[in-house]
Design a protein around this ligand. Structure first.
Ligand SMILES: C[S@@+](CC[C@H](N)C(=O)[O-])C[C@H]1O[C@@H](n2cnc3c(N)ncnc32)[C@H](O)[C@@H]1O
Length: 244
């Protein structure tokens, strides 16, 4: 998965430990290509799937996780590894960067997936002067817990938020038994640009569209309702057959 200038690297879509779908990875590549980060932050590294791609496009990356990085990630020379709780690490890292007059070009929020955890990570980013012209990407925005956390942040009120699309890439309703009927994935983007102000009353999101995540929750409720109905009918038939 080595990037060589001018050469294709489709393996980046499939290789290595990955927690993102192919669509999410392609979008991540596009956002990274646009942002060309001098400085990036990743909250939540796990095995380093997204980190490897962020590092491939960035001059300097700060990667935060509760768990120490696997040894093989040490080869990523431009990455500073921070081990601990993002709710403690992130505010002090951002304060340090802000006092050095630095700007974070891209941040990925993919750590604490509780609603309150997502809210705190996003609010910490938005509150920092180091986040002035920044692409903030949020993974798993289709998951109801993660989405509830993002929805608690009033993006419309944050003047420096130029645009937000929480369903930029839609997540999936799982058929696989291990995650049956769970909603995971989805890549949201919040564009921070303190030089691009929205018009008065103009929302951060695009009001033309329904939330895809909400539509998927409705589809799931219908599916589960149909499955339960079919199971009840089958049970009644079996009972009736048993009585004959
Ligand atoms: C979904 S994984 C990240 C996947 C990774 N971004 C990728 O796409 O390859 C979530 C990670 O967040 C970490 N995490 C959970 N809560 C955290 C917290 N409060 N602070 C920092 N990291 C946290 C977990 O240890 C886990 O490694």
């Amino acid at each position: 998965m080595v990037d060589r200038p001018g050469e294709p690297n489709l393996a980046a879509l499939f290789d290595g430990p990955q927690q993102m779908s192919v669509g999410e990875r392609a979008a991540l590549e596009g956002f990274l290509e646009l942002a060309k980060p001098a400085l990036a932050i990743e909250i939540g590294r796990a095995e380093g799937g997204s980190l490897r791609r962020i590092a491939a496009h960035s001059a300097e990356v700060h990667s935060l996780d509760l768990v120490a990085p696997p040894a093989e990630l040490a080869e990523l020379e431009q990455v500073h590894f921070h081990t601990g709780d993002s709710h403690e690490l992130l505010p002090s890292l951002l304060a340090e960067l802000a006092s050095a007059g630095r700007n974070v070009d891209l941040a990925l929020v993919d750590g604490d997936h509780s609603a309150d955890g997502v809210r705190r990570d996003l609010e910490d980013l938005l509150a920092s002067p180091a986040v002035s012209r920044t692409l903030i990407l949020i993974h798993d925005t289709t998951n109801e817990e993660v989405r509830a956390g993002v929805d608690r942040v009033d993006l419309d009120r944050a003047a420096k938020v130029a645009y937000a699309d929480l369903d930029a890439v839609s997540g999936r309703l799982f058929r696989a038994e291990s995650l049956r009927n769970q909603l995971w994935g989805g890549l949201g983007v919040v564009v921070v640009d303190d030089a691009r102000t929205r018009g008065p009353g103009e929302p951060a999101g695009d009001p033309r569209f329904f939330d895809t995540a909400a539509l998927l929750r409705e589809a799931r409720a219908r599916r589960i309702g149909r499955a339960r109905h079919a199971a009840r009918r089958l049970r009644r038939r079996l009972i009736a057959l048993g009585r004959r």
